[in-house]
Design a protein around this ligand. Structure first.
Ligand SMILES: Nc1nc2c(ncn2[C@@H]2O[C@H](COP(=O)(O)OP(=O)(O)O)[C@@H](O)[C@H]2O)c(=O)[nH]1
Ligand SMILES: [Mg+2]
Length: 184
């Protein structure tokens, strides 16, 4: 009887947990994206002022519930010296959101190199990857998916403006869903 009841309880209330890594160079907007996602999807979360977000040195963790799924976001520091830590988290993750600052042309090639290193890691084989071309609210924002995509492995790409919360969680032909089935 206990087994039956606990099974029923788990079926009704327990959530499937997924770990999503948020990666990308420093200043791409990863922490802003995480904060906006938490604010948008967690009813009781007030959200911190975006101007108070400082450079991430270790990692920020945030949890967001979508129906029966619980997404645990791990937002890692993007500075060059911290990128060597990214692969320690690959084995545990179910998906990756790779954020680029699409207005920072000077660092696009640096971002591409970091992306390629990440995407060729065997530990990420079969893991769905979403590339967010962020800061689309700024006039010169122009990076598009094809710049980051294709050479090594296919990744989905979506425009975003994390600071304004635009396209966070929206889905449709123009704004693909945040977490995609594996396309790799
Ligand atoms: N205009 C604009 N600024 C953004 C956007 N996302 C982040 N930022 C700004 O970019 C800077 C770096 O953001 P942060 O989230 O700390 O980047 P991280 O280092 O990747 O975590 C901050 O000044 C943010 O306010 C966006 O979509 N649009
Ligand atoms: Mg950060």
């Amino acid at each position: 009887m206990y087994t039956l009841l606990s099974g029923l309880y788990k079926y009704m209330f327990q959530k499937d947990e997924y770990c999503i890594l948020i990666l990308g160079l420093d200043n791409a907007g990863k922490t802003t994206f995480l904060e906006q996602s938490k604010t948008r999807f967690n009813k009781n979360y007030k959200g911190m002022s975006l101007s108070k977000i400082t450079t991430t040195v270790g990692l920020n963790i945030g949890t967001v519930d979508f129906g029966k799924a619980r997404l645990m976001f791990w937002d890692l520091g993007g500075q060059e010296e911290l990128q060597s830590l990214w692969d320690k988290y690959y084995a545990e993750c179910h998906g990756v959101i790779y954020v680029i600052d699409s207005t920072d042309e000077e660092r696009l090639s640096e971002s591409k190199r970091a992306f390629e290193k990440m995407v060729t890691s065997e530990a990420l084989d079969g893991v769905p990857i979403l590339v967010l071309a962020n800061k689309q609210d700024i006039e010169q924002g122009g990076a598009r998916g094809h710049r980051m995509d294709g050479e090594v492995r296919r990744a989905e790409c979506a425009p975003a403006a994390a600071a304004a919360g635009h396209h966070i969680g929206t889905a449709g032909p123009e704004h693909p869903p945040l977490v995609l089935k594996s396309s790799c």
